[in-house]
Design a protein around this ligand. Sequence first.
Ligand code: ZN
Ligand code: ZN
Length: 280
Amino acid sequence: MQVTLWGTRGSLAAPGPETARYGGNTSCVGVRGREGTVLVLDAGTGIRRLGATLGASVRRVDVLLTHLHMDHIQGLGFFAPLYRPDVEISIWGPASSRLSLRERLMRYLSPPLFPVSLRELPCNITLHEVPCGDVDIGEFRVSSALVCHPGPTVGYRIADACGTVLTYLPDHEPALGASAFPSLPRAWTSGGSLAAESDLLIHDSQYDAHQYLRHVGWGHSSLRHMLDFGTLSEVKHLIPFHHDPGHTDDDLDRLMGEAIADAKPGYRVTPGQEGATFEL
Ligand SMILES: [Zn+2]
Ligand SMILES: [Zn+2]
């Protein structure tokens, strides 16, 4: 599979000269299979550029939303395939205890927040609520499970027919409530079963150690927690993702360098950079 990072920023788009290298667009990752299956992970502002790359031959797109915080859906109305009547779009995402996925999405995709309502879109849309166990989407087997983050939030594990696994956990605080994280076995740790032995793990890396102490319970990881989670999960390659909007490129270089030197992970780490593509 081919994995492209279209938005790596967390919480709020942060364009500007000081974020040009790692990127300012919010969460969006494109996945393409060898047989042409197209998955889109989250619909942050990065989805606009992804949409522009999908040619006329693409007739089905599956958008997998981890949750409905604004930084993960803000680009949805600007995703070009939504305006093509010849495209089938499946949107997967969590309902809440009170509202269906459709009702939750319509809060954004309706006036006054957005001029076009969900039902007016010309494409053929189907909504699917997650988590829903393992499902086959084109050539991929996709698993979803609830993870530790405010409000209903899932992570996704995506496997191809060769057994290659990508796990996507952009907003995730596995250390919350664990006295000496990572003290519990993998199966008892949030996201642990999803990420187990992944070939590539894309994971929340929002805070440095000091920031984390001021934001316990906000649903994000420190760089050290992310690296420890990668070790616990026995991943082969990890991409720090969902960068804090206040971190400049130079801040990220320094913070990642310090965290990696300190934790000495036994696997490859490539800080998430907008536009980067990985072949798995
Ligand atoms: Zn987020
Ligand atoms: Zn969030």
